[in-house]
Design a protein around this ligand. Structure first.
Ligand code: BJW
Length: 235
């Protein structure tokens, strides 16, 4: 494998599955228990804030019970190995958990937001958030009771899109890990990178856009990601 200099890795819920967090669209996934339209749109939040807060409070409360796995650790190892070598790794995650940062990834963008952050719909503050949130919780910046989870719902613009677009246009290797390739704009990243970059998918099963990748490596992330990183770094 030739040595890439600028790598973009996109991760999805599959990378955190073996840490104990459910994916969305697998048979036992979140959307098998909760309706997307009840929790994952601005309209759902407007209709029943307490229900949406409860959904995210439960997921936030799960975070201390789970730990990064070997796949998260391998990506942090790759970033550390690139440090000072003139090579770059950017991890773009669709996940709102904090497992990449707990594994040690620092060059990381959360395009669908973060569970551990709130957003005030009145003043725009985005404070760190560790506990539960409710319709009565005051914003620490302006005291308005107008907080929501700082996550990206359907119909909303994902975060950091300019930085992500630029990195995709510059990269020479694009790797997609543990995502079904059903949600845009992330599902279209492979097409932005194709042509100038090698594209590789690491997933349990072929994703929706599998045929768009140069290579598809199937299997559990905790096995395939460390092996892929080791091959990339060489002996
Ligand atoms: C393993 C594994 C193991 C399991 N090892 N692998 C019609 C056509 C095209 C687009 C649209 C359309 N109508 C509307 C749209 C746009 C819409 C969209 O894409 N809809 C589709 C459903 C059709 N997108 C949006 O609205 C987005 N915004 C937007 O487009 O703004 C306009 C814009 C225009 C131009 C440029 C930029 C923007 C916003 C999308 C927001 C998504 N939000 C969520 C919730 C976030 C908060 C939360 O977590 O609650 O994000 S939905 C949910 O899906 C979450 C995820 O990040 C996202 C992707 O899911 P992911 O990660 O792929 O999980 P799964 O479960 O789907 O797949 C897991 C995979 O792992 C599977 O393949 C397994 O096999 C695998 N796996 N175990 C390795 N051990």
């Amino acid at each position: 494998m030739s040595s890439p200099r600028r790598v973009v890795v996109l991760t999805g819920a599959g990378i955190s599955r073996e840490s104990g967090l459910h994916t969305f669209r697998d048979a036992d996934g979140i959307w098998s228990k909760v309706r997307i339209e009840d929790v994952c749109t601005p309209e759902a939040f407007a209709a029943d804030q307490a229900y949406v807060h409860a959904f995210y409070n439960a997921r936030r409360a799960q975070l201390p019970e789970v730990a990064p796995n070997a796949a998260h650790a391998a990506l942090a190892r790759l970033e550390a190995a690139f440090e000072g070598s003139g090579r770059e790794l950017l991890v773009v995650t669709q996940n709102i958990d904090d497992l990449h940062e707990r594994a040690g990834s620092a060059h990381l963008l959360h395009m669908h937001g973060e569970l551990l952050r709130a957003r005030c719909t009145r003043c725009g503050a985005t404070p760190d958030w560790n506990g539960p949130m409710s319709v009565d919780t005051p914003c620490p910046a302006c005291a308005a009771t107008a907080l929501r989870p700082d996550v990206v719902w359907f119909g909303e613009m994902p975060l950091h899109m300019d930085a992500i677009q630029g990195a995709l246009e510059r990269c020479d290797l694009f790797v997609s890990i543990g995502t079904s390739g059903t949600v845009y704009p992330a599902a279209g990243f492979v097409q932005i990178a194709s042509g100038h970059a090698r594209t590789v998918e690491l997933n349990l099963e072929p994703s929706e856009g599998s045929s768009l990748f140069d290579h598809s490596i199937l299997g559990p992330a905790t096995d395939r990601v460390p092996a892929f990183v080791s091959a990339l770094l060489g002996p």
